[in-house]
Design a binder for this molecule. Sequence first.
Ligand SMILES: [Zn+2]
Length: 311
Amino acid sequence: MKRVGYFTHLDCMNHHMGHTHPESPMRLQAIDKELRSQGLMVDLIQFKSEPADIAQIKRAHNFEYIQEIQQIGENATIGGLIAIDNDTSIGPGSLRAALLATGAGCQAVDHLIAGNIQRAFCATRPPGHHAEKSLAMGFCLFNNVAVAALHAIEHHGLQRVAIIDFDVHNGNGTIDIFENDERVMVCSSFQHPYYPNRHFDTPGDHLVLTPINAGSIGHEYRQKVERDFFSALDRFSPELLLISAGFDAHAEDPLGGLNLIEDDYRWLTSMIIDIADRHSQSRIVSMLEGGYHLGALGRSVSAHIEMMLND
Ligand SMILES: [Zn+2]
């Protein structure tokens, strides 16, 4: 069995964007409940995540933007929910949750590189992959996976890191941050056309973008991802694999229009493990992004973690 770290914090439950918002604290509860009922939680090495510091976040975001989010977060602590865009808000517990979500990735990288664990899953929120250098959007404030990648490169001296993003939405924030940074390969599969409707034709050898038609089922999705991602990743030979693990391409998801099932997440995970085994000493840090059907989210994360533990 592999040593898999599980990074989370109860304060990630204190970020609320209104009681009907799909990106709710219940998502973390659903994951926790399913991992326990499947008997997987006892096999994971538990870590309480720590907040990222500003120097870490500054590697991916403009300083003025970070200050703005901090300011809004502090105002919300006193005054309540503040809207950032149509679907993203900051409430009293949001800033701390966002710092913990970003910190979890850096901490997971530290433990992985120290050899304490071989793989990691960060069960934190808010998600991050829509957050651009200086723009919060799509439920995201800080780009957790981008900060983790830059921590691995600039703090630990890695030269090539790959980010695989299988959320149903295009990882526009991650692409924005690494558009001109060839140290990071970004592979993003996403429903197209669909939110956020950008970056689907961004050129660059280190950006692998795989649009998927609405309604696609598992084998159609697998064919395209296999064609695009894996030869590019073999060529790039990353020293560390990070995953933007969104589970909203699941057939039961209320937001996404793709039809993946748990087996497709098992397949994806095992393909990513193969790449990690070949190039990056098996090192994988997976970070939660989307996934809004609570039952499907719990089962899909469980399938993903089961593969990481056993494969
Ligand atoms: Zn998503």
